[in-house]
Design a protein around this ligand. Structure first.
Ligand code: AMP
Length: 235
């Protein structure tokens, strides 16, 4: 399976990619996570990335494409991968196509996690990450359990809020998504690779839809899995 999870910040890409990774045994490749690791390491690349990330802007294409080029050659990525948060603009999408063509492993599909704007804001403001195991949870989810135990420490999760999940940066990230990333919906639609999943709902419910879309894709091919209507009028 080689897929891109497309969707606005807060659409649940990271949460769902973690579950897909556990179920299908292929890595989630998140440029956001790779960049946060670079920031935490204090490297020169991390320092440069941090400035853009704190403002909600995109990190330079050359940096993220370089990270992806290295990551897809690692052993665990040979059976497939789930891209989460990459590509983020047309230049990255086109560079990814070239990279995958070079190794003869084109993308199977881009799966769009489709969610209303209001839901995104709520999800982003309630998002928390465990310091020890990286589990992402949301304090606004009805099933959020602050006492749940972390598999690394055996203690309740030690949750923190990402520094870019504040109101101002959230607004900027959504603006950047609309201007730079949303055109990828049409890009993949034109390639005949876009599958759309309704990502509004509980984590399990959305995961069920995602797995059913992916299994249709694997079993019957992209033509059957493709259900999206581009530019469909709002109801
Ligand atoms: P994310 O965790 O995917 O929400 O990403 C957090 C931040 O990392 C974004 O707001 C960007 O500043 C940066 N970032 C993540 N992925 C990319 C990418 N593919 N291209 C450029 N910047 C990125």
């Amino acid at each position: 399976m080689r897929i891109v999870l497309l969707g606005a910040p807060g659409s649940g890409k990271g949460t769902q990619a973690q579950r897909l990774m556990a179920e299908y045994g292929i890595p989630q490749i998140s440029t956001g996570d790779l960049l946060r690791q670079a920031v935490a390491s204090g490297s020169e690349l991390g320092l440069k990335a941090k400035a853009a990330m704190d403002k909600g802007e995109l990190v330079a294409d050359s940096v993220v494409i370089g990270m992806i080029r290295a990551r897809i050659t690692e052993q665990d990525a040979q059976a497939g991968f789930i891209f989460d948060g990459f590509p983020r603009n047309l230049a990255q999408a086109s560079a990814l196509d070239d990279l995958l063509d070079d190794i003869g492993k084109p993308l199977a599909s881009a799966v769009l996690m489709d969610v209303d704007h209001g839901v995104l804001l709520k999800r982003l403001s309630g998002r928390r990450t465990c310091k020890a195991c990286d589990k992402v949870a949301n304090v606004h989810q009805p099933d959020f359990d602050a006492r749940e135990l972390c598999e690394v420490t055996g203690q309740p999760h030690d949750y923190f809020q990402r520094t870019d999940d504040n109101e101002e940066t959230i607004a900027k990230r959504l603006e950047v998504y609309a201007a730079q990333t949303e055109p990828l919906v049409e890009y993949y639609h034109r390639q005949g690779k876009l599958v759309s999943v309704d990502a509004d709902g509980g984590i399990d419910e959305v995961y069920g839809r995602l797995v059913s879309a992916i299994e249709t894709l694997e079993r019957d091919g992209i033509a059957t899995a493709m259900t999206v209507e581009i530019d469909a009028p709002d109801p």
